[in-house]
Write a protein that binds this ligand. Structure first.
Ligand SMILES: [Zn+2]
Length: 306
């Protein structure tokens, strides 16, 4: 074992733990609420990260602080392409937004847009007034304010990447028009057994996922603000009946390459595992019927001030 793999993980919690969702605090967390898991990217595959599950709301929190600019400097998901898989899942996301009333003329902000492939997708589908923001991607930083306030803000797979989820939500609402739509979709922390985290390595996605809440936690979070709940989803927006566009397939593909996202995104590696593991074809086609995790989402409308 080399030095990098020799990370010593202890349950010694030197300072008070605080839940960013429900604000529960403790200096003496129960051992049963503590765990550790390696990262699921090449860079962090030999590093263990400590996690704590809030006993009050079941939110899972990545305990040790990170340098966000550093961890996102070579983030593999920022190399995603707008391929057939992405087209399928983004189609599902756009359908949700349309159902809530999104119009092609609306001004839209994709908050936490990564490399901007959803912005590109939306432009290809006639939503031309969309801009992206991602503080860790130079092309999409700083925050575009020329169109504020926006008709619609999309926070998809963003909440779980923030330490301060209330702060992020407050900032989004500040940038949103009264009557505007806010989409919030995130990873799910239930059911996760803290004593057996390896099967959950994809959704835990350390050290990038900082705060992973439950579906109820998401509802509780938005209930604290002046918004009306329009739609609620339990299934991931990745989950469609289109071949290759489902969460279970992604999970199985990642498992087949040793839960290393860099490898899962390498076409040569993917072709190799498809030949070696025929069960991947089954999940590519029928994975929708066998979800391995959910990804709750809500669409809310901002209320006028009283
Ligand atoms: Zn909590």
């Amino acid at each position: 074992m080399n030095k990098d793999t020799e990370n010593i993980v202890t349950n010694d919690i030197s300072s008070e733990l605080s839940c960013p969702a429900c604000r529960y605090k403790t200096a003496h967390p129960a051992d049963s609420n503590l765990g550790a898991i390696r990262g699921n990217t090449e860079r962090f595959s030999n590093t263990q990260f400590r996690l704590w599950k809030c006993p009050q709301c079941q939110t899972i929190i990545s305990i040790d602080p990170v340098d966000f600019h550093d961890i996102y400097s070579d983030y593999p998901l920022n190399k995603r392409k707008l391929d057939i898989f992405a087209q399928g899942t983004f189609g599902n996301l756009l359908s949700r937004l349309r159902r809530a009333g999104l119009q092609k003329t609306d001004t839209i902000l994709d908050y936490g847009c990564g490399n901007g492939i959803f912005v590109d997708y939306m432009k290809q589908h006639g939503y031309l007034n969309i801009v992206g923001y991602d503080p860790y991607v130079p092309e999409f930083s700083p925050l575009p304010t020329s169109q504020t306030p926006f008709d619609c803000i999309i926070n998809n797979d963003t909440l779980e990447h923030c330490d301060d989820i209330h702060g992020m939500l407050q900032e989004s609402l500040k940038l949103l028009k009264v009557g505007g739509l806010l989409y919030l979709g995130t990873a799910d922390s239930e059911p996760v057994d803290m004593a057996n985290l390896e099967p959950e390595i994809m959704r835990l996605h350390q050290p990038f996922h900082r705060v992973i809440i439950t579906e109820q936690g998401l509802h509780n979070l938005v209930a604290e603000y002046k918004v009306d709940l329009l739609q609620s989803y339990r299934r991931s927006y990745h989950d469609t009946l289109r071949p290759f566009s489902n969460y279970r397939f992604l999970d199985e593909l990642n498992k087949a390459v040793g839960h290393n996202l860099d490898r899962a995104m390498d076409p040569t590696e993917v072709n190799r595992v498809f030949i070696r593991k025929p069960r991947l074809w089954f999940f590519a086609l029928f994975g929708y019927l066998f979800p391995s995790a959910f990804e709750p989402a809500v669409i809310v409308r901002k209320r006028p001030p009283l």
